[in-house]
Design a binder for this molecule. Structure first.
Ligand SMILES: [Zn+2]
Ligand SMILES: [Zn+2]
Length: 134
C-alpha cells in the first residue's frame, strides 16, 4: 500500500496494489497545469486509489481531462479521463510518501517536450544554492 498527500497535509490518499505504469509526462497540458517543465504520473486502477483525508477540487480540462488538486495548497494529485484512460487514475507520483523509491520508467509525450529538457544532465549541479552555505 502506498500513501501520499498534498503539501499542506489537508488531503491524504492511499493506493493499493502494484502500479500499471509510471512515466514522466512532457505534454503541454501537464506543463500548464503544474507550472513545471514535466510531471511524473503513476497509474493505478481507479478502484485502487482512495482519498483518506480531506477532499480534492477538480479542474475540468479539455477532452475529458479531470485534474484533482488540494483546494487549500494547490498541489496537483490525480488525473482521470474517462475517454482516454478509462478505469485508470494517474497519481502525481512526487506526492507519494515513497517518491524517492518510486522511480519513473519512461518519458512520455516527448513530442511536446521543452527542447532543453532533453539535456538536463549537461547542467552544472549544486548540492544547495550556488555560493550559499553548504
Ligand atoms: Zn493541501
Ligand atoms: Zn501530460
Amino acid at each position: 500500500m502506498r500513501h501520499g498527500g498534498c503539501q499542506c497535509g489537508a488531503v491524504r490518499y492511499q493506493a493499493a496494489g502494484e502500479p500499471l505504469h509510471h512515466a514522466l509526462c512532457h505534454c503541454n497540458d501537464c506543463r500548464a497545469s503544474a507550472g513545471a517543465p514535466a510531471v511524473a504520473w503513476i497509474a493505478f486502477p481507479e478502484s485502487a486509489v482512495r482519498v483518506t483525508q480531506g477532499e480534492t477540487a477538480t479542474y475540468e480540462g479539455r477532452n475529458g481531462a479531470r485534474r484533482q488538486f488540494c483546494p487549500r495548497c494547490g498541489t496537483g494529485l490525480f488525473y482521470t479521463n474517462a475517454e482516454v484512460l478509462p478505469g485508470l487514475v494517474d497519481v502525481q507520483s512526487a506526492t507519494l510518501d515513497s517518491a524517492a523509491e518510486d522511480a519513473p520508467q519512461a518519458h512520455i509525450q516527448v513530442a511536446e517536450r521543452l527542447p532543453w529538457m532533453e539535456r538536463l544532465d549537461a547542467l552544472p549541479e549544486f548540492a544547495r544554492y550556488p555560493g550559499g552555505p553548504g
